[in-house]
Design a protein around this ligand. Sequence first.
Ligand code: SF4
Ligand code: SF4
Length: 127
Amino acid sequence: MLCKDCGICCFKTEMLITDDDIKIILNNYNAPLKVDDFTFKNEDGYWQLKNVNKHCYFFDEKTKLCSIYKFRPEGCRYYPLIYLEDIGICSLDTDCPRRNNFYLDWRERRRTSEKLMKYLKKYNFIK
Ligand code: SF4
Ligand code: SF4
């Protein structure tokens, strides 16, 4: 989903990323970059995007856009569709002010929810 709207989702991000995401970012970033610059292992042992100045390392303060948009992590691509672990369903994040503009077609939303669940299971983010 293409979104260059408000950038709220890139502030105080808690987005988990995978080893595959890390490889893709390192292979495509157009400046020297170390893994520790943009990610850290959280208390559950997952890689998580690092915040700098309260926003994701890759959020460009000048343009207000993601600087790695074309090769951003897979989890960022599903957003604002997220998985609500406590109730076990995919839903649009209420933190996104434009959430009702996304996934207007219920078939597309169902397909993407299934993809999101598959991705989360593949990387053991959920059981
Ligand atoms: S996905 Fe939502 S929170 Fe993120 S930039 Fe777009 S409108 Fe803003
Ligand atoms: S990688 Fe890009 S889209 Fe994802 S949180 Fe960071 S700035 Fe936002």
